[in-house]
Design a protein around this ligand. Sequence first.
Ligand SMILES: [Zn+2]
Ligand SMILES: [Zn+2]
Length: 323
Amino acid sequence: MDPMKITTVMTTATMEENSAVPHLEKAASTACIMATNFLAPVKTDKQIYENSMLEDDPNANSVVTTTSSEYKTVPRWGPNHKGAQELANLYSTGKRTQECICVGICITLMAVNSVFIIIRLRLENLSSIVIAALCGIVTADFISGLVHWAADTWGSIELPILGKNFLRPFREHHIDPTSITRHDFIETNGDNFMVTIPALCKLTWDFLTLPESEIQRKFLWSCYWWQLAIFVAMTNQIHKWSHTYFGLPRWVVWLQEYRIILPRRHHRVHHVAPHETYFCITTGWLNWPLEKLKFWYILETLIELGTGYKPRADDLKWAQKRS
Ligand SMILES: [Zn+2]
Ligand SMILES: [Zn+2]
């Protein structure tokens, strides 16, 4: 071969290689940036530190340093926040009575349905039952997120019936997150127990009235609804544990550490003002994927476009009632 031709071929190949290298480098660097953004924490330690209450530090050794004297006299969070005190005082006797009745009915129905289901459990259908139960738990996590998001984001305390009875605890919880740890079993669980009652009534009715063949045919669905009801009912107790940094039973800490129920550090992400993400509070399994899909943001944007209402307007109003 002509030496000149060989040189030309080599030069062309080298030029092509050289022009391909920057493209490859650019693609690799874009992929790196995308991966870094994708895997970045939803809230950084700095954001958590500066924009949420330091509820795991009772001695305030890590209190946020600030030059503002206003911060020291009018607390941004906690039981001395004026808005939190006003909201706590709106807890009425009527509301307490409703919670007591709901807890009683729910526990009775739960016990009856548990007996109906446990006596029908068979080893041969155990794997399908476990899958049905897992689906129930995931659904409960999603429902906890949807209800929590709706209550945090929309409506106001001024709404008749709904406001003072059902939205009040959500507003209070953002400005005094540890108040939940001072609530007793009834106040913590009353509303969640209430929402499971219709499904538990239907399950009981089916077990009592349907022929055994029909009960067997629908058995996996029954297991699904049973687990869904249990986890929906347990959600606010699990949520309370996620705010309890001292004196938790070891088995609860174990469940949190293995992410079977909502872990404490995980839930701190929701409590970073303005409380716009990580709404799922049963297991918290769906928080990360929903955040990456921008699920809540898209939903809020569509509602704001359709109605003109600003998300979290009432929540912000209460947060600002500091004095
Ligand atoms: Zn919230
Ligand atoms: Zn919380």
